[in-house]
Design a protein around this ligand. Structure first.
Ligand SMILES: [Zn+2]
Length: 67
């Protein structure tokens, strides 16, 4: 059995903001996220990713549930 690691790295699903298709699973660092907001007023999401449904790069939002 794999141990569940505790840490700032959180798994996140990425969903296409245009068509809503679930595209990617990624990890992001929660601590970096807060730092980013404070320093440059930007966030990790939405991310520009290729969507196979739209067949182009679209903004991808963080999905609430991982599939
Ligand atoms: Zn799409």
């Amino acid at each position: 059995m794999a141990k569940k690691k505790k840490g700032p790295r959180q798994p996140a699903g990425l969903k296409c903001a245009t068509c809503g298709a679930f595209g990617y699973i990624t990890e992001f660092n929660k601590n970096n996220e807060q730092l980013k907001k404070q320093t440059s007023n930007t966030t990790t999401f939405p991310l520009s990713k290729y969507c196979s449904v739209c067949r182009k790069h679209t903004p991808h939002k963080q999905a609430k549930k991982l599939k």
